[in-house]
Design a protein around this ligand. Sequence first.
Ligand SMILES: Nc1ncnc2c1ncn2[C@@H]1O[C@H](COP(=O)(O)OP(=O)(O)OP(=O)(O)O)[C@@H](O)[C@H]1O
Length: 252
Amino acid sequence: MIKFDKVVKRFGDLTVLNELDFEVKRGEKVSIIGPSGSGKSTVLRILMTLEGIDGGVVSVNGEPLWHEQGPDGLKPASEAHLRKMRAQLGMVFQQFNLFPHMTVLRNITEAPVKVLGMSKREARQRAEELLDLVGLADQSSKYPHQLSGGQQQRVGIARALAMRPSILLFDEPTSALDPELVGEVLTVIGRLAEEHDLTMLLVTHEMRFAREISDRVCFFDQGQIREEGTPEQLFTDPTEARTREFLQAVID
Ligand SMILES: Nc1ncnc2c1ncn2[C@@H]1O[C@H](COP(=O)(O)OP(=O)(O)OP(=O)(O)O)[C@@H](O)[C@H]1O
């Protein structure tokens, strides 16, 4: 479903992804963990077409994301191709990124109506189902500032799902929350992982959560996957010294 083939990403002199090879299969729930600055969020931003690449090929659902097939092989993707590919992915951001001047309901219906051309009525019905799913059925007419951070993030999840993505990306979805609000968001994500067929890729600092919901955990270090495995393997018996060192530092 997602494939990075020798992907290089640079910011000036800094090489953030260093010929990264990485794959996520359909329906798989994969967590990316690793030290700050190791390139975890960059992977998600490349998938959301928020950042370009400097080498290699990224594919989504078997099709190149940043390239298109031309007469002489792959050529850089057009804006239309990027838009088509982007529609397959939804992202839940660290800072929620809700529209402050729109109600909760409108935050969720806006893109399906404007981008997918869904009727207002259908978008509204679907938004109500999604709000129910994230436990906010009674908050649809509130504005973001009237909600707690945890509630805002649950709206963020409903909003991403409203676009019917086949892949859902989470970029440290709880790191901007007060500790007592983390649990409610993790519960919603955990339920989604369990009950839905979505492919999920999650960048997180919540090790216990990564362990609970993931089929596979990837430890990123210096723009490459240093070690990967089932949560059981990676958390209880890591083979690399660098993984052990990282886990010891973050797990108390
Ligand atoms: N737009 C940008 N311009 C310049 N440098 C950038 C840009 N975006 C990211 N970087 C740098 O790229 C490196 C990787 O960033 P990235 O956000 O992917 O790391 P991360 O592993 O997600 O870190 P964290 O856990 O702190 O969020 C960092 O050194 C960061 O400063």
